[in-house]
Design a protein around this ligand. Sequence first.
Ligand SMILES: C[S@@+](CC[C@H](N)C(=O)[O-])C[C@H]1O[C@@H](n2cnc3c(N)ncnc32)[C@H](O)[C@@H]1O
Length: 383
Amino acid sequence: MADVETVASGTRLVFAPDAVLRFARGRMLIHTASAGQSPFVTDQPMLIGWLAQFAQPSDAETALARLPAESRALAARALAYLRQSGALREAGIDADVDDADLHARSREQLTALTQGVYELGCDVAGFGPHAEQALRLRGGIGLESRLQALRAAVADLRGELAMARGPYLESQLQALGVDAHSRELNLHIGCGPYLLPGWVNIDIHPAPLATNVLWGLPFAADSARHVFLSHLLEHLFYPNDVHPFLVDVRRVLAPGGIVRIVVPDIAQCIDAYQRDDAEFFAARREHWGTGDGQTTRLEDFLAYAGAGPDPAWLFQAHKFGYDFATLQRALQRAGFVDIERSSFNGSRHPALQVDANSEVAGADHGGQHYSLFVEARKPGGAA
Ligand SMILES: C[S@@+](CC[C@H](N)C(=O)[O-])C[C@H]1O[C@@H](n2cnc3c(N)ncnc32)[C@H](O)[C@@H]1O
């Protein structure tokens, strides 16, 4: 074991996210879900209460100084063991950490977690009410309390990230010269790599303004003149996410402001399917490089229309498809007026003749674009 000096180095320590604390017959056991080492066990009430402070990052030296002198050696040995086993880790910013690498590994964890939660739901559905009993018999704790613990861990993490949103967005907006007094903005939402000069180009990281638009648009009410969404809407859940998002788009638009929306034209796909138009689908697959060459028209069409996306694909997956009537209804429900069908680059508003900026919006088959082009106006202002 490390000696007192090794531990009391001014390092801030915190419990690892997978540290598990158990209490049994007056003893406390601490271990991690991932480490193979035997748990740390203590029956010293002094240590039990004292260690709890490492739920938040604490400086080891200061923490030790809080103890009576005769208890410090024991506490330092406990800290050394817990560090070695991985139950206590160093908190704070490590200059050597490669953020991109860490981010890639976190994405892998999230993919596994998203799939795992879905599969857990399926397992529980298979057991029905027997899951509660079966788990209680095995470990003394039933399903409900374990699910509550998982939910609390997720809520905790989301809460911490929610607190980081404000400063994260604020610094980006400052760099873009946008503040609460900005007006007449042009917002390009879901820009991907296709940036429009003079517009605020918004997408998830990396983007000039990196955000999840479902957090709410970080602009004042009535601050935008135009909003352009090219192939974004089909990536959001309809109507649960689409409705509040479109309401938010209306909020940030000034009265009379225009939203231009480009989405896959699902009616066109249905027509091609009914006509048995193999060429339409072959050209589409060639354009997007999707399928394995054997994909049926129905597979192609349903994936395009958003059927059965893998939850772990997050924003990459199509989650819904639109024809004009459906998009019109969604816009009406969000409070837009003058909803009209447009054509490729055919906006009546010169500032919105920007479709050619997007490769997907520009894709066509025999001169007919695969996309549906729609514009709508926020009530008020000049029509
Ligand atoms: C198919 S791409 C379209 C890119 C570009 N607008 C174009 O027309 O080619 C969809 C884009 O929407 C972005 N997106 C999807 N959901 C989003 C969300 N909730 N917040 C921010 N961006 C999102 C994706 O990251 C992706 O870049």
